[in-house]
Design a protein around this ligand. Structure first.
Ligand SMILES: NC(=O)N[C@@H](CC(=O)O)C(=O)O
Ligand SMILES: [Zn+2]
Ligand SMILES: [Zn+2]
Length: 425
């Protein structure tokens, strides 16, 4: 199958736009340039839109198997495709957990059946992500686990983390950590700071996250492991990662759009659509996350797409599950708030959402290089739209961004050379 995507604009290293055509053969990019043509190829008209590599999201929750009332692989991947993602890594807090060869096979089968884009499943670090019995990294890697995590909970015991890091180092896979010390949560539902006092809600202190990162970077150093920190949210966490990198420890980190866009004082009321883990922190935390992205301490942006039902999120923060959806709003929000305002270049944003994320896990995606999988998106940078949760393709409606106006919407998503999402006319 030959195709030519014509009349699209790519961002070059200088963050300038260049008009090109892209030749696609057998699902791969075979040429890209101003005069590219291909005899007998089907034409996809790009209408002068921005061409970006398909985004790579290394932190997502698809909920299937086990929690199909919140999301399925079909609805989650359709939502991701609409948001411009063509590769996503699925966290293991499903039922069953991908903690055995059998469960991993089950999940691989479900992905094959219903995913519209590439889904790379995590294997868990412990059985049933309960922090007790270690999984076989060797066996789960052989079943296609992209990396290893117990996301949703922190690994409480240093020795469990250390033993799994040594195994991960042996098999050259990355340990990916949700850092949270259970003895420092205090039943909190939002950041322990100013706004939780005003709202009369229990707070989660910053140290709950940062102390575990500090522990883990030292364990990673001792184990010789590659270690990636999930959803960094505090300035102390940033410092721990920055210092670890300076010391030559093999650590990488991600930040979520909501932690870059929002802070505790933005929380309007006791509304569970503003409840996520880690919580929205203070302004100086948010500022330090921005600085960390710009200086390379934080490597990439990941959504932590975490759908829950309207019923679960209906009635205030206490009792509601943590998490907000992210696929369908990530790029337009970040583009509008930080690229249009001149804080970031378009190239920086695209790289943080694609190639930089892929590189952490040695994935050959998130690039428009010749020979790469034809995973690409067209973005209409001038299209402005109000975010409407009711219109999400995801089953989740749990977003704090409902009603926000944003520009820069993905209009076509191409995965392995085939259109998997196209904006309705
Ligand atoms: N981020 C969240 O608030 N929730 C995630 C779990 C997690 O990422 O820790 C979920 O699975 O709902
Ligand atoms: Zn987490
Ligand atoms: Zn998560």
């Amino acid at each position: 199958m030959k195709k030519v995507l014509q009349n699209v604009q790519v961002v070059n290293e200088q963050s300038e736009l260049e008009t090109v055509n892209v030749a696609i053969e057998n699902g791969k990019i075979t040429a890209i340039g101003a005069d590219v043509t291909l005899d007998g190829a089907a034409i996809i008209e790009g209408n002068g839109h921005l061409l970006s590599p398909g985004f790579v999201d290394v932190h997502t929750h698809l909920r299937e198997p086990g929690f199909e009332h919140k999301e399925t692989i079909a609805t989650g991947t359709a939502s991701a495709a609409k948001g411009g993602f063509t590769t996503i890594c699925a966290m293991p807090n499903t039922k069953p957990v991908p903690d055995s060869v059998e469960n991993m096979e089950l999940i691989n089968g479900l992905i094959k059946e219903s995913a519209v884009i590439r889904v790379l499943p995590y294997g868990s670090l412990t059985k049933d992500i309960s922090g007790e019995v270690r999984t076989s990294i060797e066996e789960l890697k052989a079943q296609g686990a992209v990396a290893f995590s117990d996301d949703g909970v922190g690994i409480q015991l240093a020795s469990t983390m250390y033993e799994q890091m040594k195994e991960a180092a042996k098999h050259d896979v990355v340990v990916v950590a949700h850092c949270e010390d259970n003895s420092l949560i205090y039943d909190g539902v939002m950041h322990e700071g100013t706004r939780n006092v005003e709202l009369g809600l229990p707070g989660i202190p910053s140290i709950c996250e940062s102390v575990q990162i500090a522990r883990d970077v030292l364990l990673a150093e001792a184990a010789g492991a590659r270690y990636h920190v999930c959803h960094v949210s505090t300035k102390e966490s940033v410092r721990a990662v920055r210092d670890a990198k300076a010391a030559g420890i093999r650590v990488t980190a991600e930040v979520c759009p909501h932690h870059l866009l929002l802070e505790e004082m933005d929380i309007p009321s006791d509304d569970a659509n503003w409840k996520m883990n880690p919580p929205l922190r203070a302004k100086d935390d948010k500022d330090s996350l921005h600085a960390a992205l710009l200086d390379g301490t934080i490597d990439c942006i990941a959504t932590d797409h975490a759908p829950h039902t309207v019923e679960e999120k209906c009635c205030g923060m206490v009792g509601a599950p943590f998490g907000i959806v992210g696929f369908e709003t990530a790029f337009p929000l970040l583009y509008t708030q930080f690229v249009e305002t001149g804080k970031w270049t378009l190239k920086q944003l695209i790289d943080w959402m694609s190639v930089k994320a892929a590189q952490i896990f040695d994935l050959p995606y998130g690039t428009l290089e010749v020979g790469a999988s034809a995973d690409m998106i067209l973005i209409d940078l001038n299209k402005e739209q109000t975010i409407n949760a009711e219109g999400f393709v995801s089953k989740g409606r749990n977003t704090p961004f409902n009603g926000w106006v944003a520009k820069g919407w993905p209009v076509v998503t191409i995965f392995e050379g085939n259109i998997v999402y196209q904006e309705a006319e």
